[in-house]
Design a binder for this molecule. Sequence first.
Ligand SMILES: [Mn+2]
Length: 226
Amino acid sequence: MKLAVISDIHGNLVALDQVLEGIDNDMILCCGDIVGYYTWPNECIERLVALKISSVMGNHDMACITSNTTGFNLQALESIRWTRKVLKKPNYHFLSSLKAKFRLNIDGINILLIHGSPRDPLNEYILPQTPDSLLKSFLKSENVDILIMGHTHIPFVKKFHNNIVLNPGSVGQPRDGNNMSSFSMVDTKKRKATIHRVSYDIDKVSDALGKANLPFSLGKRLYKGQ
Ligand SMILES: [Mn+2]
């Protein structure tokens, strides 16, 4: 089966729609952080619901439903406050229903989806430079063939024999110096994962921040891919 994996949308509907336009895969999965930062949290959730995209819970999704913003910077905090004000009730319930881990089996292959890491599903950052030994220990302890994590907004694919550990990068706020939206395609039969990038209208997202009275800096970082 051909899967598409998206993550860290952060209420950036312009980016999400651009990414979805390029996806005709059998199934789409999401690694969390659907909301926070940008101005279309309701619309992003509604897209996921309409397209039956399964998602796990991200730390921003959790902050939005609990209002616990421990560890958040000022911009993230302001944005969570704003999101809580505009979020519609059914969408609040949707976020509340998200699980920390999502397991599925496709073509006999065990796949695990998490926002952070297996040992800290919401908050641990697993980066491209994280030692392979740790990634391999996660594959073993979780008994999975393909482990997919988000949270860092930095894409990578690592292959260990037939197993894959990957981060699809971020749809709504890439942070690897490339301002194009990032997502991944996974071919479970061929055991192959690839990263894809698409550009979108950043001006539109930046302009909407001003109208919502959200920090200008959230738009600035989009142009830099930071
Ligand atoms: Mn995030």
